[in-house]
Ligand binder design. Structure first.
Ligand code: GDP
Length: 198
């Protein structure tokens, strides 16, 4: 049975490894640089206006938020990266938290969802996150958000640039998406459901 992404509830925030969830349910981990629209993509996916907090402040960069989807999987909102105003200490905290999530013995991750901005070449930080996802050996889906900001003729070249920069193979779907308009929602849900069954 495909997961119903509209059936969703907040479970907990974790700022340290001891608080991670490891009950064996699949985990879809969402990552992206600040302002890429990660909260908006999640809210669009679950059809809620405010489940993930849009415009979260830099102070919130070091916690992982867990949402339970249809009692069958977790949507894991990893803290965003690349905030301009974050202190060195907080960046280090972010790095340690990510490292512990990716290296957790419980093998927590099932699918990585990397959100990038369709208008821009992926950043160094995007590349790093992409590499971390790849190293887990789990399927990864790349979401190219803010599709509505491009003219139709700009879409293909923009997708090609993302594909090239991240060196995406055929096994990694690249989903054009607009959190604003809802474009790509069904495609992303289908990809997540497929990954979940693998
Ligand atoms: P986060 O920091 O990655 O969680 O990003 P937010 O979800 O807070 O979004 C950052 C800004 O981008 C907000 O002003 C959103 O309204 C805007 N935004 C997010 N997704 C889209 C999109 O698909 N299209 C457009 N036009 N704006 C978007």
């Amino acid at each position: 049975m495909p997961l119903n992404f509209s059936r969703v509830e907040f479970v907990r925030s974790a700022a340290k490894q001891a608080d991670f969830l490891r009950d064996g349910l699949p985990q879809f981990a969402f990552a992206g640089r600040s302002n890429v629209g990660k909260s908006s993509v999640i809210n669009r996916l679950v059809e809620r206006k405010n489940l993930a907090y849009v415009g979260a402040s830099p102070g919130k960069t070091t916690q992982i938020n867990y949402f339970l989807v249809d009692r069958g999987a977790y949507l894991v909102d990893l803290p965003g990266y690349g905030y301009a105003k974050v202190s060195k200490a907080e960046k280090e905290r972010w790095g340690r938290l990510m490292e512990s999530y990716f290296q957790d013995e419980g093998g927590l991750l099932t699918t990585g969802v990397l959100i990038v901005d369709i208008r821009h070449k992926p950043t160094e930080n995007d590349l790093t996150m992409h590499t971390w996802f790849q190293e887990t050996g789990c399927p990864e889906i790349v979401v190219a958000n803010k599709l509505d900001k491009l003219k139709r003729s700009q879409v293909e070249p923009a997708l090609a640039l993302i594909q090239e920069t991240l060196k995406l193979g055929d096994e990694t779907p690249l989903v054009p998406f607009s959190a604003e308009k809802g474009t790509g929602r069904e495609a992303l849900i289908q990809r997540l459901n497929t990954a979940c069954r693998q």
